[in-house]
Design a protein around this ligand. Structure first.
Ligand code: MG
Length: 248
């Protein structure tokens, strides 16, 4: 069941989203060769709590980190740890914040120092595909319209869309209905209406779309070892079209 949000509830999600964005900006600025991902986790937790929020991921089904840090061929759900970033890595950063009982969720993938042309292109196309999806986030459209817009853009550039992980509704819970796949036909799936709030999050591989779970039971890797990008925003369907809530 899709839980539509009132205008006041959407404002609460936007306040959580502002903290998510500030946290992601601080993380982006801190990313550099030699930095350990657990240092980023500490920075994020301090930032979120000092802005009155709670890191939503911490303790979620036992997840030990405050954020997810997913380098290179890791798609999502990386546990921050002693791993140090290296020049030329790419790093997925996923942040969820709970504030006033509502949750906002967003992700970016950032370069560590100078990265190769191919990796840069993957990040550019993945982020573009997120905005293609957001553009379809309108009352009267269907979830499949978002999915199709993402897939079409990604595959036109020769990349692949992860199948087994999807975006989601978000509100008082981090994962609400509907699921928002990043692939599939337009014109299908649940109908969007004013008050629907979605976390849209393309996970895009340079090689094939198959993924596998790492030894820690959390991290998800590309099966073929190719690089993977991830960008995410929390978006509300409003009378005036899509409103991105994870912004300043
Ligand atoms: Mg999400």
């Amino acid at each position: 069941m899709i839980i539509r949000k009132s205008a006041a509830e959407i404002e609460k999600i936007a306040r959580a989203g502002k903290v998510v964005r500030g946290c992601l900006d601080a993380l982006r600025a801190a990313v550099a060769p030699g930095v350990a991902t657990r240092d980023l986790d500490r920075l994020a937790e301090d930032y979120i709590r000092s802005h009155g929020g709670v890191p939503t991921f911490k303790g979620y089904r036992g997840f030990p980190g405050s954020i997810c840090t997913s380098p290179n061929d890791m798609v999502v759900h990386g546990i921050p740890g002693v791993t140090r970033l290296k020049e030329g890595d790419i790093l997925g950063l996923d942040v969820g914040v709970t504030l006033e009982d509502f949750i906002a969720d967003a992700a970016i993938t950032v370069p560590v120092g100078e990265i190769g042309e191919g990796a840069g292109e993957l990040l550019r196309v993945t982020e573009e595909s997120l905005y293609k999806g957001i553009e379809r986030c309108r009352a009267g459209n269907r979830v499949g319209d978002i999915s199709h817009a993402v897939q079409e853009h990604v595959e036109a550039h020769g990349y692949s869309v992860v199948r087994s992980l999807v975006g989601h509704g978000v509100g008082r819970s981090m994962h609400e209905d509907p699921q928002v796949p990043n692939f599939g036909p337009s014109g299908k799936g649940p109908r969007l209406s004013v008050g629907v709030v979605l976390a849209i999050e393309p996970m895009i591989n340079m090689g094939g779309y198959d993924v596998e779970v790492g030894a820690d039971g959390w991290s998800i890797y590309t099966k073929d070892g190719s690089l993977s990008g991830h960008f995410e925003h929390t978006v509300a369907v409003t009378e005036n079209g899509p409103r991105i809530l994870t912004v300043d």
